[in-house]
Design a protein around this ligand. Structure first.
Ligand code: M6R
Length: 568
């Protein structure tokens, strides 16, 4: 959540910062701002709204400098106003800083240090606190101030008395820096400066950096340290062909699946990791949690207890995995705070399934299976979800010594994405006030994910319900304004599903069926039952996207949300 970008080098910082913010906008887009040093003076420009608002303002300004920091915000404390946008300064303008994360003790710090602030943001307290520290050296000021902070932070700071330097500090929130071809770059996501560098440094918790004179010096709490460079993982790049990233990302699913399946060859040695375990916990949030629900189905053949857990709940539950548990953490971004908090509670085998190499989740888990879905930037997760399910399917095949049939899956997805009737269906969907997705077993999970996708980007109040549960309460909602989408891909349960259809229609509700079994409103290709859930979500990802666009919204940047939920 929130994006930090920084540049210090021979080129124009304003252009670099705009480009960086555009790349990071998926992390938050309530407001944004930059601080640029011109002739030794720090100039701050901030705007409420999307990055394009700030960009317009900056392009008209004659700000010209070679050092600057920038931030795109997802509001946690205070409204998304210009005042609350970063960079924040102390009251005497001795320094300015941008911050990702949450300072949990900012209220008590204000009292303890008698700090006065003008904004509602927790970040301003950090600026005031650093300014208040008596140490002469700027790095020591930051170190000392950080020792009082509770919570998470990635910080980039510029001091008025040293305007040719940028200081960094990190705890829990990601922060990276690199020597680029024309200067030094800083970002909360290395992808944002990938174009300019071959490798990069990742700050670890309680590490600091001083960037000055074309040099990066790293420190821990006590001394200067040496750090090793990380390479960018080779990943195939996708072209952007459509107006919105989400459209592109759905269309990239077949390639993402293929790359993930090929790359899985590197993880076959993980087979032994499943030996001598008593139970498995599958943990994630949102869409990744839905992957965990299906992951449980893929692994049920092991005949040991398997629990799928919502990370934000599991972190506070009294249940603690035992020493013989295997905990699998699923996260596209690898940075989800709730999921990472759960890893810390596990004293057992831990395995990450993620799309982002060198992410916090990979550092915290003992083993990692990396997917190759390519950069997913639209807030609604699509191709990454399909790849997460594929990984579970590939694990199943690996453990059962079966040859995976992913090639069939790839070609069916490709065909379906080329030819489908979802545009027409989306027009009909717009006529209903209430929408429900129903299904049984794997199809119920697809219903949950479909409902999440639709509400997330089109703001339609929709729910998911297991077909058999309708008559235990939810059926009361069904009337002539209700559309129920019944997902039915399991022939053994199809007749039962048709009973639900009749129950809905008897209450004047409209029922669309999505099935590979009978002629239906949404016709699905026939695939092996293990592959079906990976494919059967595609129509509903497309549907959510179509409905959203026809309502005039931007699917890539739904209101109130952010791609990477790095705060609790
Ligand atoms: O990066 P993660 O997979 O850990 O993210 C978890 C959820 O925040 C994420 O899946 C969210 O639910 C998506 N926006 C859904 O489309």
């Amino acid at each position: 959540m929130c994006g930090i970008f920084g540049y210090i080098g021979k080129n124009n910082a304003k252009e670099k910062l705009i480009e960086g913010l555009e790349n990071l906008e998926y992390r938050g887009y309530d407001s944004s701002g930059v601080a640029i040093v011109q002739n030794g003076q720090i100039h701050i420009v901030k705007k409420a709204g999307k990055v394009c608002v700030l960009k317009d303002e900056l392009l008209q300004s004659d700000l010209d400098g070679h050092c600057g920091i920038a931030h795109t915000r997802w509001a946690t404390h205070g409204l998304p106003t210009e005042l609350n946008a970063h960079p924040h300064t102390d009251s005497k303008n001795q320094l300015c800083l941008v911050h990702n994360g949450i300072i949990e003790n900012y209220i008590s710090l204000k009292k303890e240090f008698n700090l006065t602030t003008k904004t509602q943001s927790d970040t301003e307290v950090i600026a005031e606190l650093i300014a208040k520290i008596k140490e002469k050296d700027n790095l020591e000021k930051i170190k000392k101030a950080c020792s009082f902070l509770k919570g998470s932070y990635a910080l980039a700071v510029i001091f008025e008395n040293e305007p040719d330097a940028i200081y960094l500090a990190k705890k829990e929130s990601p922060l990276m820096t690199t020597y680029g071809e024309d200067g030094i770059y800083i970002s909360s996501d290395a992808n944002a400066f990938k174009k300019y560098a071959n490798n990069f440094y990742i700050l670890k918790n309680n590490e600091f950096a001083k960037i000055k004179n074309n040099d990066i010096e790293f420190y821990n709490k006590n001394s200067k340290i040496n750090k090793k460079l990380n390479n960018f993982e080779k990943t195939f790049s996708f072209e952007n062909k459509n107006e919105f990233l989400m459209q592109d990302e759905i269309m990239q699913t077949p390639d993402a699946l293929k790359e993930t399946a090929l790359f899985f060859e590197n993880f076959k040695n993980l087979k032994n990791y499943f030996d001598n375990i008593d139970n498995i916990y599958l943990i994630g949030c949102g869409t990744a949690y839905h992957s965990c629900l299906l992951g449980k189905k893929y692994l049920e053949f092991l005949n040991i207890p398997i629990f799928s857990e919502i990370a934000s709940e599991f972190r506070y539950s009294n249940v603690k995995p035992s020493k013989k548990s295997l905990c699998i953490f699923v996260s596209q971004s690898g940075e989800t705070a709730d999921t990472i908090a759960c890893i810390k509670k596990c004293n057992c085998k831990t395995l990450a399934i993620t799309n982002v190499p060198n992410s916090s989740i990979t550092f915290n888990c003992k083993k990692t299976i990396l997917m190759k879905a390519g950069w997913e930037r639209a807030v609604a997760s699509t191709k990454a979800y399909c790849c997460q399910l594929l990984v579970f399917y590939l694990i199943k095949c690996l453990l059962k010594n079966e040859k995976p049939k992913w090639k069939q899956l790839v070609s069916s997805c490709k065909k379906y994405l080329k030819k489908n009737n979802i545009k027409d269906i989306s027009k009909k969907v717009l006529n209903f006030e209430k929408i429900m997705f129903i299904g049984r077993q794997e199809d119920y999970v697809t219903a949950m994910e479909s409902s999440l996708k639709l509400k997330e980007i089109s703001y339609i109040n929709c729910i998911a319900c297991p077909s058999g549960e309708l008559k235990h309460g939810t059926l009361a909602l069904v009337d002539e304004n209700t559309l129920v989408v019944l997902i039915s891909t399991k022939s053994s349960l199809h007749n039962k599903n048709l009973l639900s259809k009749q129950e809905i229609e008897a209450r004047k509700g409209c029922c669309f069926v999505a099935s590979n079994i009978i002629n239906s409103e949404i016709e699905l290709p026939n695939l092996n039952s293990d592959l079906m859930p990976i494919m059967s979500i595609l129509p509903f990802q497309l549907l959510a996207c179509e409905v959203c666009i026809s309502k005039g919204y931007n699917p890539d940047k739904p209101r109130n949300l952010s791609k990477s939920v790095t705060v609790e």
